[in-house]
Each structure stands twice: as C-alpha cells, then as structure tokens.
Design a protein. Structure first.
Lengths: 113, 113
DNA sequence: GTAAGTAGTTACCTTTGGGTGAGTACACTT
DNA sequence: AAGTGTACTCACCCAAAGGTAACTACTTAC
C-alpha cells in the first residue's frame, strides 16, 4: 500500500474515534450549551427546548463516561446537580468553533439560496 | 431573554445545520476519503472497507444533494463515475482537520490510558 | 395538604439507520 | 459464450436511536 493510502486509512480511523464521541442528535448541542457556562439539568433542558429528560439524562451519562463533562452534586437545600466541561471537554472548543463557522457558511451558501 | 442566552440559542441552531450534513456513520469518512483526491465508486468502497454499496450509494446522493460533492460521469469505454468535492465541500477542510486533531488528542487522553 | 420545583427513571412504542444478499445492466476480455 | 469489472439497485430484516407519557423521591412554599 502506498504511503498516501496509509495516511488516508489513518485519518479514517481517527475520524471514527471522534465520531463515537459526538455522534447523535444531542451530544454536540449539550456540549455547546455547557460552553456557555456550567449548567444544571433543568437549565440545559431549557436551552435545548425539544430534548426529553430521558435523552438528556442518557446523553449526559455517555458524555461523562467519555470524560467530556463532569457531574457535581451540591448538597444545598434543594439538592442541585451541576454539569461542567472537563479539561478534555474544553479541548473541543476549536472543533466546536469550526462546526459553528461552517454551519454559518453552509446556511449562507445553501439554505439562503 | 439575555443577550448571552440569545448567543447560545443561535449557536445551537447553527450546530443543527452542520449536524444535518455530517450526521451518520459514513458521511465524514466519505468526505475524508475524497479529500485525498477524486475517487471512483469502487475506490471509495476500498478506502472504507466495511461500507456496503447500498450505503455508499445512498450517502453519496445525500452529499450531492447538499452540494458537498459532485458526481461526474466519464463516457470512457467502461463507463466510470468520478466523485469530487465541490468548492463548498472544500470549505470543510478546517472542520475535518479539527475533527482529526481532536481524535488524536482523545485517543491519547482516553483510549491509551 | 396541595402545589411547584429539583433531577431524574421507567415502560412502551415508532422511526430510522444500517446490514445482508442477491440481482441488474453495460462493456471488455478470452 | 463465459467470465470479469464497473456502478450500482432492490427487497428484506434487525437493532439502535429517539419520542411519549407517566411516575418517583425529595424539599420548600402557600
């Protein structure tokens, strides 16, 4: 196999790793919501108005497993839970920016034509 | 609603636009394959060895609809079809690079620990 | 004691995404 | 005339993703 093909194969493998983390309808929205500050369960739900508590709970767990976010329990009077990005989660900032920049471009090129 | 919340809502909307284009198991791999040069149907299939012709055909059509790739028919002796990135497809380069960079980081941080 | 807000869970159902295997249509080779 | 390579398509099936509605458990406010 040529070196060029090797590079392509390597990139395809890496892309699958990233995809495993961000795949699905809700994970990127949840991460984006958390880039705007640490949030409680209900606050994320209000940001993403059409997500059900089931999906939110499920996807938060998956993101926690992948060490993208962290769940903190506050033993205040009404027990509250705070979700925040981990240092690994924060490294997605550039990736998120590119997704948003491209989305703007796509909207300009396609959706508005 | 505060201005900060408006920004968050706007980003969530844009992210959905991008997601619509790249969502699924195969679209990013196909696009990545095409960043390594224009390819024929069979060549993409060889790059992504576990994709079925059905899925490849289906996803190529979706990417063509979104103006990410273009299908060119060559009336050579055995009729061949060449797929290539459009100018819009080429604008995904930075996004793809971030996905790959982050995948490398993720592999280092999680998969290798 | 009733309501409202916290953060979820559970069961059930539908939809979609994707897999499998076979078949098609055309041309070129032998 | 049989086989090979190109680029698919079609029918069928299953599992995963996601939606819906109801319910839980705890606390504070009224």
């Amino acid at each position: 196999m040529s070196q060029k093909e090797d590079v392509c194969q390597y990139r395809l493998m890496i892309a699958r790793d990233t995809l495993e983390v961000i795949q699905g309808k809700w994970r990127l929205p949840i991460i984006i919501s958390l880039t705007h500050g640490n949030k409680r369960f209900g606050e994320i739900q209000r940001d993403i108005s059409d997500i059900s508590p089931k999906m939110l709970s499920q996807e938060l767990k998956a993101l926690e497993t992948n060490k993208i976010i962290i769940r903190t329990l506050h033993d205040s009077m009404p027990v509250t839970v705070e979700y925040s990005l981990t240092s690994l989660g924060l490294t997605m900032k550039k990736l998120l920016d590119e997704i948003l920049d491209w989305g703007v471009l796509f909207r300009k090129e396609i959706l508005e034509k």
